[in-house]
Design a binder for this molecule. Structure first.
Ligand SMILES: Nc1nc2c(ncn2[C@@H]2O[C@H](COP(=O)(O)OP(=O)(O)OP(=O)(O)O)[C@@H](O)[C@H]2O)c(=O)[nH]1
Ligand SMILES: [Mg+2]
Length: 291
């Protein structure tokens, strides 16, 4: 019997949702950073086996939205929950079980739900059993599975649990496809990831990246991207002293893009100030934040 379906990965920011999806796929489709709120979109990662296709939906971490960009992020998360055949709720070893339960109940999930507890590599001798016991009488979840997305622990068991709950069906995507997102999107995300890794405080949260042009030339791929910020002071930080910061963002992003597409890349980055873009519907949709 062939099984196929959508598995939405939801949970608080920073618990490792994107890391987990990448681990399942064996490829980096979704960007990852030590900062919360890295993911802003619903991003499909497609895992095709001999007799199954799982379409994982990575989502922005659950939060109470404080501005319109965050509202769009939560709409993306909710849309993923609506589309799901199976919900994979991800928590980590630091999140209180009571909070997890309250949040899950607030979502009133109608699909089979699996709870995975991530980052068990950080347990340092503490017992996994006592973490799992917190959920023994919690009927909203079918199974509780401890994992480490970075170390690859518990991943096979989690995959088996997902397959058990996946409906019978046909593949949704060609079996050699890895994501529903075009290369331009992945490239813009790689640039945004470098900004998350290299800048601090409010700067990454006021930044968007828009690809202006993407041309495959004979010997190289030429990409022109705009980094959007809300304020002049943020533009100064992205540029850095003597342009050092933007150069470093560009270098790290270019190296990763070259690896990904297997071609030489010429990457041009520009910075633009768009005051209030996170609250502006027109800008949000122009920068790819649709719901
Ligand atoms: N020690 C440890 N760290 C992990 C594990 N999984 C993820 N991380 C780290 O946790 C941080 C957040 O990971 P992400 O995958 O970006 O988390 P996320 O849930 O997608 O976060 P948002 O997109 O902000 O909602 C990164 O620094 C990861 O390297 C794990 O199993 N063990
Ligand atoms: Mg993420």
């Amino acid at each position: 019997m062939y099984r196929s379906g959508f598995v939405s990965i939801i949970g608080r920011p920073n618990v490792g949702k994107s890391t987990l999806m990448n681990r399942f796929l064996g490829e980096k489709i979704s960007i990852v950073s030590p900062k919360a709120q890295t993911t802003r979109h619903r991003i499909a990662g497609i895992l095709s086996g001999d007799d199954y296709q799982i379409v994982f939906l990575d989502t922005p971490g659950i939060l109470d939205p404080a501005y319109k960009l965050q509202e769009k992020m939560m709409e993306a998360m909710q849309a993923a929950v609506r589309d799901a055949d199976v919900v994979l709720y991800l928590t980590d070893i630091t999140e209180a079980a009571e909070e997890v339960k309250a949040r899950m109940q607030a979502l009133s999930l109608k699909h089979p739900c699996i709870l995975a507890i991530n980052k068990i590599d950080l347990l340092k001798g503490k017992s996994i059993d006592s973490l799992i016991e917190n959920y023994t009488n919690f009927s909203a979840v079918r199974q509780v599975i401890p994992i480490s997305a970075t170390q690859g622990l518990g991943i096979d068991e989690l995959l088996q649990a997902i397959l058990t709950h996946l409906p019978e069906g046909q593949p949704y995507y060609p079996t050699d496809e890895l994501t529903d997102r075009p290369m331009r999107f992945i490239v813009s995300e790689i640039i945004r990831e470098k900004i998350f890794l290299l800048t601090r405080d409010e700067v990454p949260y006021h930044t968007a990246v828009v690809i202006q042009s993407y041309e495959d030339k004979e010997t190289l791929t030429r990409i022109r991207a705009e980094i959007i910020v809300s304020r002049e002071s943020q533009k100064g930080i992205i540029l850095g002293e003597g342009g050092r910061m933007i150069k470093e963002i560009g270098r790290l992003a270019r190296e990763e893009i070259e690896q990904l597409i297997g071609r030489k890349v010429f990457l041009e980055l520009y910075v633009k100030v768009r005051p209030g873009w996170r609250e502006n519907d027109r800008y949000l949709s122009a920068f790819g934040y649709t719901s």
